[in-house]
Write a protein that binds this ligand. Sequence first.
Ligand code: SF4
Length: 201
Amino acid sequence: MAEDSEKAKYSFRCLEQKCTTRECHIRPNINVTIGDLSRWTTQGYIGHIIVGLGIVPPESEKEPFVIETIRKPLKDDPDGTACVFFDEDANGCTIRYSRPISCRTFPLQHDGEKYFLSNKNCPGVGQGEVSKKALKESRDLAEKDYIERIETMAALPAVYSLVMAPMLRQSAEAMERLSEEDRKRMEDILSKAQDKAEESE
Ligand code: SF4
């Protein structure tokens, strides 16, 4: 199609095992959405993938809850870490065909208003098909990633409470069942721990 051969501003093709920078796998936050969880559930992979994920609670009121892949140290870089699903020996992703949407759209991102490159060192940029159709597919995926991130941020506090509430209830019930003597001992331990923490500040 004539339209397809028209030059697009952005093109990308993952170099996979031939990639030299591994920017995708070593970026500090590998975001996962509730949409990803839903797709993995439908595909039957959720049990395999969920062990590599964690909910990260916010450090301040302004920050959101997020789901990310767990990190692991890199063998060839003592100071570096990577996504737990990165296979350093094979130089590739062990869940490549069901990787999170944030990996599928990387390094193109959308912030609700515009598209931008989240990483300029990815050698896949400028490779691949240069057509309007390919550009539209990349943009659609980046927008979908943005929408899924927003939905996930909105839903996660409630999901987190659902998981944490029974644990907190169980712990409160366990405290209630303690004898007076055990409760006193527990209070002593906590008070000593607090004194130590204050001394070390
Ligand atoms: S899920 Fe796969 S593609 Fe995404 S960062 Fe981890 S190893 Fe890389």
